[in-house]
Design a protein around this ligand. Structure first.
Ligand SMILES: Nc1ncnc2c1ncn2[C@@H]1O[C@H](COP(=O)(O)OP(=O)(O)OP(=O)(O)O)[C@@H](O)[C@H]1O
Ligand code: SF4
Ligand SMILES: [Mg+2]
Length: 390
């Protein structure tokens, strides 16, 4: 705990939905008692199915949203209730990379304006000339060219726009960056480039990263630790290798069953994930995974399991009453390399593995390389400039 940069304790976020003149709104608990601790310099991945609460959690951690209850500390300072100057100061240290590079950049602002805006906010002491120079440096850092500062977002491809978003996030000199599905809107080949870029920047600038993703291939190659979410709760967390090699929660086992782990070259337990995730407006009693868990029994419908030591050390924890038993018992083993469901995922894993193995310095540079997409896209500028953090 001594080096933790961000701590969340028992965070809960409720939304009241579906109310009308004649009907009381219902409570939807999107995040349900999440506690986590992020160590300085690490990359924590948060993974889970669509609707499990990843973005809601990320928005609270970033203080774009307030928790209904619970508390958060950044560098041991309470941040869940701060406002005004204190919140602006926090923005300097914590930045966000949005999922959709098409709508997260104001189409009416030039790239220089977009990247320069947070510099102006957080470093008002810089002259216009110094600011322009800093914008040029930031663009080079993300593999773009200083002259791109005069162009507009619609003149860039998706990957380039995400690089602009990253430059903008870096502009205030943050210590922590939260990326909510930062590559999922991009072509697979471009995803690997952006992942590489983030990994390079993390190493060079000593950043701490929280990456929200549902693609396990991304997570495997980027993160030091993984937190697995299901229906608003963290059901397992541990070092990436522990999670991938030795999952202890049936939900994590099921997520991993759908993908190959070719580098380990071994068989492992597989569990098919059937059915839908229940509505967060009516979560099951007891363990919230009991409607889909092949190991569920009576006790699972009564008591909700706490996150507890999973038996393999180093902070590996799982929320299941029968962790040890299931780890021994899960007996259906399949050679994952021959799993026909895995073809697409296997390709993606191979692609990321290649990209990361041959990780090349992709900036600064003066001429475009194969890592850069120079192809401007036709897509029209999206008018919804949803959110920008300065
Ligand atoms: N502003 C809101 N009002 C009402 N319900 C919301 C709101 N934001 C999120 N939710 C609900 O909270 C739950 C969690 O949503 P969230 O967007 O955090 O999931 P997610 O894990 O990020 O999903 P995805 O992978 O699809 O992005 C969902 O049931 C969603 O419908
Ligand atoms: S507590 Fe029961 S239902 Fe929940 S994951 Fe464990 S075995 Fe499955
Ligand atoms: Mg989301």
């Amino acid at each position: 705990m001594t080096d933790s940069i961000l701590d969340a304790r028992d965070l809960t976020r409720d939304f009241m939905v579906g109310g009308s003149l004649f009907k009381a709104p219902k409570r939807l608990r999107a995040v349900d008692g999440v506690s986590l601790s992020v160590q300085a310099g690490e990359t924590l991945a948060v993974v889970g199915e669509s609707g499990c609460g990843k973005s809601t959690l990320a928005r609270m951690l970033m203080r774009l949203d307030r928790p209904t209850s619970g508390e958060m500390l950044f560098e041991r300072q309470q941040i869940d209730q701060i406002e005004g100057h204190a919140l602006t100061a926090l923005r300097r240290d914590m930045q966000f990379i949005f999922q959709d590079p098409f709508s997260s950049l104001n189409p009416r602002m030039s790239v220089g304006g977009l990247v320069g805006e947070p510099i102006e906010t957080h470093m008002p002491e810089l002259s216009a000339k110094e600011r322009r120079a800093k914008v040029g440096t930031l663009l080079a850092q993300v593999g773009l060219r200083p002259e791109h500062a005069d162009r507009y977002p619609h003149e860039f491809s998706g990957g380039q726009r995400q690089r602009i978003g990253i430059a903008r996030a870096l502009a205030s000199g943050p210590k922590l960056i939260i990326g909510d599905e930062p590559v999922s809107a991009l072509d697979v080949s471009v995803q690997a480039q952006v992942i590489n870029l983030l990994a390079d920047l993390r190493d060079e600038l000593g950043l701490t990263l929280i990456i929200i993703a549902h693609d396990l291939a991304v997570i495997r190659h980027m993160s030091d630790r993984v937190a697995v979410m299901y229906l608003g709760r963290i059901v397992e967390e541990g070092e990436t290798r522990q999670i991938f090699e030795n999952p202890r929660h049936p939900y994590t086992m099921a997520l991993l069953s759908a993908i190959p782990i070719p580098e380990y070259g071994r068989s492992r337990n597989t569990i098919a994930l059937t059915g839908e995730m229940p509505s967060p407006m009516a979560p099951p009693k007891g363990c919230n995974f009991n409607t889909r868990c092949p190991f569920a029994r009576e006790a699972c419908h009564i008591d909700a399991p706490d996150l507890r030591d999973a038996g393999s050390g180093r902070g590996h924890r799982a929320a299941c009453h029968f962790t040890e038993e299931i780890a021994q018992q899960a007996s259906v083993t399949t050679n994952v390399a021959s799993n026909p469901r895995s073809d697409g995922a296997r390709d993606r894993f191979a692609l990321y593995a290649d990209a990361i193995a041959g990780r090349t310095r992709i900036r600064p540079q003066t001429t475009p390389t194969k890592h850069q997409e120079e192809r401007p896209v036709e897509r029209a500028a999206t008018p919804s400039h949803k959110e920008t953090l300065t």
